[in-house]
Design a protein. Structure first.
Length: 282
C-alpha cells in the first residue's frame, strides 16, 4: 500500500504538471497492489466522480498505460476505439475528452499512473506529453529515493544491532551507512521519513563506541556542514562530495570552511577528528 509521504510526492508532481502545462484537470494514483491503482489525488476536478476510482491494469486509458508501461493518450475518450470503456460514467461526469496517461515506473516496475485532461476533443501536443512524462519522472525519482532510504535504514539497523560483526569492518560499515543516509536526507520531502532517517544518523554517530568529548559536544554544525564533513571523512574530494550531495564544488568548499572554523580545525583531517569527538560522526 502507498505510504502518506508517497501521496505527497504524487500531489506535488500533479500540481506542477497542471501549472506548467495549462491542463485544466490532472489526477492520479499509486498502485495498491500489482494491478490496481486507486485515484487518490485530483486537481481541477469539478466533481468527485474520479476520486477513489480503482484503475485496473489493462482497463481504460490508465490501465492500458499500466499494462504497457508507457504513456498513452486519446483525443476523444468517449469515442476512442483504442481503449476499453469501463470508466466512461466517471469520465463523462467530469466532462473529460482529451486525456493523456503516463505510468510511474521505478526499476521496471509500474508504481502509479498520472493523468492530464482537457474538456475538449483536441490532440495533445508534444509539449504536453513531455511535461506529463517529466511529472512522472519526478514521482519515480522520489519513490526510488524512498526505496533506497528504506533499504539503507533496514541494513543499518541490522549492522548496529549485530554483535557478531568484526569491529573494524563494522565501524567502517557504520560510517559508510551514515554518510549515505546523510546524503539522501535533503532529497526526502516526507518530513516523517526524513526525521526517521536523521534519528538513525544520530544513533549511528554514537554507534562505534567512542564517547563524545563533553567540551567538543558543544559544537553545533548545520546539517549540510555535517554532510560535507561526512563525505570528507570517507576520503572524498570537494568535487566528489559535490557530486554525492548535489551541490556545487564551491558550495562544498564554503560549507567545509565554515565547519572547520566551528570545529577549531586547520585541516580536513582535523575537522573529521573533531567532528567525531563532538559526536557528530561515527
Amino acid at each position: 500500500m502507498p505510504e502518506p509521504g508517497e501521496a505527497t510526492e504524487l500531489r506535488t508532481a500533479l500540481l506542477r504538471l497542471r501549472r506548467t502545462s495549462g491542463l485544466p484537470v490532472v489526477f492520479g494514483g499509486l498502485l495498491s497492489d500489482a494491478r490496481h491503482a486507486p485515484i487518490a489525488e485530483l486537481s481541477g476536478a469539478q466533481t468527485s466522480a474520479l476520486r477513489g476510482l480503482v484503475i485496473s491494469s489493462g482497463s481504460g486509458l490508465g490501465g492500458k498505460a499500466i499494462a504497457l508501461s508507457r504513456p498513452c493518450a486519446v483525443s476523444d475518450y468517449p469515442s476512442s476505439r483504442h481503449i476499453s470503456h469501463e470508466y466512461d460514467t466517471a469520465v463523462a461526469a467530469e466532462g473529460l475528452r482529451s486525456v493523456v496517461a503516463v505510468p510511474v515506473v521505478v526499476r521496471r516496475t509500474v508504481r502509479g499512473v498520472l493523468y492530464g485532461a482537457l474538456r475538449e476533443p483536441l490532440t495533445l501536443g508534444d509539449r504536453t506529453f513531455d511535461l506529463a512524462a517529466s511529472a512522472a519522472r519526478d514521482v519515480e525519482q522520489a519513490l526510488a529515493v524512498r526505496d533506497e532510504v528504506r533499504q539503507l535504514l533496514a541494513a543499518t539497523r541490522e549492522q548496529v544491532s549485530d554483535p557478531g560483526t568484526c569491529p573494524g569492518t563494522r565501524e567502517e560499515d557504520v560510517r559508510e551507512a551514515h554518510r549515505e543516509l546523510r546524503a539522501l536526507a535533503p532529497r526526502i520531502v516526507d518530513p516523517v521519513l526524513r526525521d526517521e532517517l536523521l534519528a538513525v544518523c544520530g544513533r549511528l554517530a554514537s554507534a562505534t563506541g567512542a564517547a563524545p568529548d563533553p567540551a567538543a559536544g558543544r559544537v553545533r554544525l548545520a546539517p549540510r556542514e555535517v554532510d560535507v564533513v561526512a563525505c570528507v571523512a570517507s576520503g572524498a574530494t570537494n568535487a566528489a562530495a559535490a557530486g554525492r550531495l548535489g551541490l556545487r564544488p564551491e558550495t562544498v568548499k564554503s560549507y567545509l570552511r565554515s565547519a572547520m572554523q566551528k570545529l577549531g580545525a586547520h585541516t580536513r583531517l582535523e575537522a573529521v577528528v573533531a567532528a567525531r569527538r563532538a559526536g557528530l560522526l561515527p
